[in-house]
Ligand binder design. Sequence first.
Ligand code: M6R
Length: 369
Amino acid sequence: MCEIEKSGYPHYMLKEIYEQPEVIKRTLKERLIPGSEGIVLDGIGLTQRELDGVHRMVIVACGTSYHAGLAGKYLIESLAGIPVEVEIASEFRYRSPAVDKNSLVIVISQSGETADTLDALRTAKGKGARVLAITNVVGSTIPREADYSIYTCAGPEVSVASTKAYTSQLIVIYLIALQLAYIKGGIGREVYRQMLEAVNRLPEQAQKMLDCSQSMKELAGKHKDIEKIVYLGRGLDYALALEGSLKFKETCYIHSAAYPGGEFRHGPIALVEEGLLVVLLATQDALIDKTLANLKEVKDRGAYVVALAKEGDGEVGKLADRVVYIPDIFDEFTSALAVIPLQLFAYYSAVARGRNVDRPRSLVKSVTD
Ligand code: M6R
């Protein structure tokens, strides 16, 4: 891998984190054509009528793509009212999942070659389900075998730790959820318009989020000797907590766990001791009181809390040891912005520990067997 390909960045991971505003813009450009009525999803081969006929969905993926799928469940269920299950592909493929011709199965894969996801696709098709693939690599096996396909336009992702592929998967999921919600009457025309406008602002907001790079570097340096870390969140913030945690463990080789805030008191809170680093995601206005309760309970037990909150937040910033703000946007779309500080923190933590950032030990870019 020559230096030129890294465009002056020390690692592909950092380069790819910085590419995200452009990647979001590109992925949106393909689907939001100025002057056209709403979102253009026809290219995937699913007609409006077929979308309208979708009454149950199953999302199947691995790793980071699975985390994007979890976000999809929260969004599609809350906006469109369609039941969505999300399953890890290596579980789905080795059981007898209850899918049939009335199910729409969405498989998500950056590479389009992950063996478990490919086999899950074949399992679903074998049972008569229709399969929509969300992939990044054009011409890869998964979109070739799927009934319908949509590409994420992230460009080549070299770093084993996925960053820009995840945000572009989220963008596609946002658009699918919005379109389904509109078709199904889950949201009216005006909310649909406002939400589309909000999605269109994401590239510029993602660019602004990159300004936290230096403070994430300092934070990573300050905590470079920690031996464990906990990520907490509720709702969409839980899906994002899983992704932040995965990024940290795979790049730093440090034990990291993510919990839904409400589940914390059912066991994991026993882990909290003086100085434990807790990353608390507090971007969901609808859940803010509950999230604040989590913040207080970990602070009371001596944790050092780094929180992510929306600009204009009143309480989180007062209670947390450190807070990173994201713009005040719809709860539904916060993950595409809040993931950026999490990625940067994992990246700088790995650098501070002298890890092989782009090729962490024991990992490959695409798990094909
Ligand atoms: O290419 P895929 O999206 O199918 O890959 C899935 C996972 O192997 C991948 O996301 C993996 O978890 C990454 N190392 C995460 O950073």
